[in-house]
Design a protein around this ligand. Sequence first.
Ligand code: 13P
Length: 252
Amino acid sequence: MRKKIVAGNWKMNLGFQEAEELIEEFMTLLEKQELKTEIILCPPFPYLEMASDYAQEELFHIGAQNISPFEAGAYTGEVSASMLSSMDITHCIIGHSERRKYFNEDDKMLTLKVNQALTHQITPIFCVGEALPEREGGKHFEVVRRQVRHGLFHLDTNEFAKVVIAYEPVWAIGTGVTASPAQAAEMHAYIRTLITERYGNEIAEATLILYGGSCNAKNAAEIFAQPGVDGGLIGGASLIAEEFLSICKQAQ
Ligand code: 13P
């Protein structure tokens, strides 16, 4: 059976002190539990070192929200994969719809980011998902197929086996509207079919596919119970320690 992952994407929220308090509160709550779920916190870049110091306790891993497509050098403002791995950052969100939309990240750039992450032993959490007009126009499978193929299918089998995928329908992000459990299950199954076609059944069955989009303590259990849903990528609800812990527990 595949393990479950719950990752918290803090996005561009919280001051430094608030961030530290959130981690401390979450750790205190988490220490009393014995969770099998793999937990990943993805704070903004400037808080990664602080967060990764806490993660030494091995209760959770730390991921970045972005990564440079370049190796090193004159790229002002960028943070490289080797910098992240030198700080014990184990995961990185790549291809989030907010980066595709506001920072014009296209498939080509995302492949470079995925390559950089893998070269430096960082697990990509690769996001895919359709916008509302695409779903309403019946194009959601086509959109997700393109994102998965163009973003990931250049990888060889060994490389692909290290990738985590997150299905985040854009219309469900930050809107309070989640995909229905059936919609999530349907898309996860579709993504797994694509993986089977490209890499075979064994790899497809081993690939972790998370759901993201307005997931919270009230709806997580139902979504995580769907076949093919291997946990969640959580935005707003990951900023509240108790709620995030409750979501992590529901992924058991
Ligand atoms: P929300 O959980 O706030 O909808 O955000 C989901 C998300 O974008 C996680 O990456």
